[in-house]
Write a protein of this length. Structure first.
Length: 572
DNA sequence: GCCGTTTTCGGCCCGACTGTTTTCAGTCG
């Protein structure tokens, strides 16, 4: 079994953790973390890169790590990691998971008290044994207990679809309760990352303490972790940590840039600044004592000789290099979309009529809307059979004659059965404007079977789009076991469009596969999979995922005007 | 451990907050 990029990345993350405990040179630790991150975000299998002898061409991978990758690929294990594991008692690394506990504390409690697990740490803290350790006191003991409590209750990252509306609500509340000039969520939320570790909100105000007071007294605050003039951290009722930072107005751009991250993007920028003899912080870009930028983000990037880089790209996955070469993509925007091609109605498990969905789409400024209800194989969703599908098509034709300003497309979301066949006759599918095919059953098939199953569906000429191609539900269900390389290649060869499902639970295709697919010349459709009028608005999540995948409007078929789109559907 | 049209050695992003401290270490992002 070849090792996946993710598995190899995990090995280096593990090494970094172990080295932390050992108190190793922080930069050496950083190097392993950086290598793990870069491997994780590769768009091709690292094994292939290894076979072609290109490992050290990857930025952040040098001689030493390349050798370790070779060993992992060839033998499936790594002697260096085994030695490290042997030199540190199992369980001590686990302590790092506790907020407030870092490598120093973990090592201290192990050495002094022999603590090797979170349970033992909790016991010792409750027994008051920690307060007498050097550098610690009653407060730190209490904080460790609180940290353990927090870890037990909420260690998981929160899906973007929950964090974003929540953050927007808090922004509204703060505006009502304190004198605020500018306010903007930053962090991974602003980069539209699919899950959020904590929420950062950036504020400019002449009365920082009033903002902080208003913040900590919001009813959603469960616990205040820290409160100062410029930074306040709380844990909210739903368990997610939220930080508010207040800065001077003339720092807003620099602070927004800084707090948006990612960490790796910022470190890379700072290196560039350093090379130019500049210093960059959340307060601005400085040459000596002179501040040369900071009011806007654009100014910050420009001062480094770079164009503005959209937040969705800031993961240090080559965007800084692309910016320096003037090769940033012109990312797709919400306004580029001319329609949504995957919505459900009362004809299956949707909550509104075709007409109601169409009117709502018109309100959003769309030129067309694609109805794609479930088919009979999906009993739980009241899927339609052949006859019902044709009746629905007639209803759509009648509506199109009556309605103005929007065209309804008759489509379907047909099931890909276990054996790769479709659960609706192809003669019927042929009569529709377009066909989405999706997997809704037998998720646990072995990788080869699932890959073959989806590829077989793509080979059918009637199939235009594959719906939510990996099947993942973020935080709930992993993607099906599927060979994404074969999936993407088959989609390119058969000219099948892959969906970017905008449902925040799905965001499927994921951003990294969007980017890999674009590299192969693939086309995409950004769809909401809406079951109600309200859910049509989820499209912004799909656009964000496409942007994180470096997509431009030319890559996305529902940016085409109706006539062009229909040609694409007929091309197979 | 990585990296280099200033460098193959000597750097490596930068600051806030807290707690236990008499000036700073640890943690976090």
């Amino acid at each position: 079994m070849p090792m996946s990029n993710a598995q190899i990345a995990q090995v280096f993350y593990r090494i970094a953790e172990l080295l932390q405990i050992k108190g190793e040179n922080p930069y050496r630790i950083r190097a392993y973390e950086k290598a793990a991150l870069v491997i994780e975000s590769l768009t091709e299998p690292i094994e292939k890169i290894y076979r072609e002898g290109r490992l050290t061409e990857i930025p952040g991978i040098g001689q030493s790590i390349a050798e370790k990758i070779s060993e992992l690929i060839e033998t499936g294990k790594l002697s260096y990691l085994e030695e490290l594991e042997a030199s540190i008692p199992a369980g001590v690394v686990e302590l790092l998971k506790v907020p407030e506990v870092g490598p120093k504390t973990a090592w201290l409690v192990y050495k002094e008290l022999g603590i090797k697990s979170i349970e033992e740490l909790e016991e010792a803290a409750r027994a008051g044994k920690l307060r007498n350790l050097p550098g610690m006191g009653p407060k730190s003991e209490e904080n460790i207990l609180k940290g353990i409590e927090r870890l037990k209750r909420f260690s998981e990252r929160v899906p973007l679809g929950i964090a974003l509306p929540f953050a927007r609500q808090v922004v509204e509340w703060l505006k009502e309760r304190a004198p605020i000039d500018k306010i903007e969520p930053a962090g991974s939320l602003r980069r539209w990352k699919e899950t959020i570790g904590d929420i950062d909100i950036l504020v400019t105000s002449t009365e920082p303490m009033q903002v902080m007071d208003a913040f900590v007294s919001l009813p959603i605050v469960r616990e205040v972790l820290a409160k100062g003039e410029t930074k306040t951290s709380v844990v909210t009722e739903m368990g997610i940590q939220m930080d508010v930072r207040v800065v001077e107005p003339d720092c807003f751009g620099a602070a927004l840039q800084y707090f948006t991250g990612s960490k790796d993007h910022n470190i890379h920028l700072r290196r560039i600044a350093q090379d130019m003899g500049l210093k960059i912080s959340e307060y601005g870009v400085f040459r000596g004592d002179e501040k040369i930028a900071g009011v806007t983000e654009e100014e910050v990037y420009n001062s480094l000789g770079l164009p503005f880089i959209p937040p969705e790209l800031r993961e240090d996955r080559g965007e800084i290099e692309a910016a320096a070469e003037g090769k940033l993509p012109h990312l797709i925007e919400l306004k580029d979309l001319k329609g949504d091609l995957h919505v459900h109605t009362k004809h299956s498990d949707g909550n509104f009529t075709i007409e109601e969905m169409a009117l709502a789409a018109k309100q959003l400024g769309y030129e067309y809307i694609g109805i794609a209800d479930h088919t009979k194989g999906l009993g739980v969703a009241a899927g339609q059979d052949e006859q019902e599908i044709l009746q629905q098509k007639e209803e759509i034709e009648r509506l199109n004659e009556k309605m103005e300003g929007i065209t309804i497309l008759a489509g379907v979301e047909v099931n890909i059965r276990m054996d790769g066949t479709l659960d609706i006759d192809e003669e019927v599918l042929d009569q529709l404007d377009f066909v989405i095919a999706s997997v809704h059953s037998a998720f646990k098939q072995p990788k080869e079977v699932m890959t073959e199953r989806i590829c077989q569906a793509m080979e059918r000429e009637v199939v235009d789009i594959i719906g939510h191609p990996t099947g993942r539900l973020i935080g709930k269900r992993d993607a099906y076991e599927v060979d994404t390389e074969i999936l993407l290649d088959t989609a390119v060869r058969t000219k099948t469009i892959l969906e970017i499902n905008a449902f925040p639970d799905r965001l499927d295709l994921p951003d990294t596969l969007c980017r890999a697919g674009k590299g192969k010349g693939l086309k995409f459709a950004i769809n909401t999979d809406a079951h109600s009028i309200d859910q049509l608005n989820l499209i912004e999540y799909g656009v964000a995922t496409a942007r994180r995948g470096w997509l431009e409007k030319e890559d996305v078929v529902n940016c085409l005007p109706l006539e062009e789109l229909l040609k694409v559907f007929r091309r197979k």
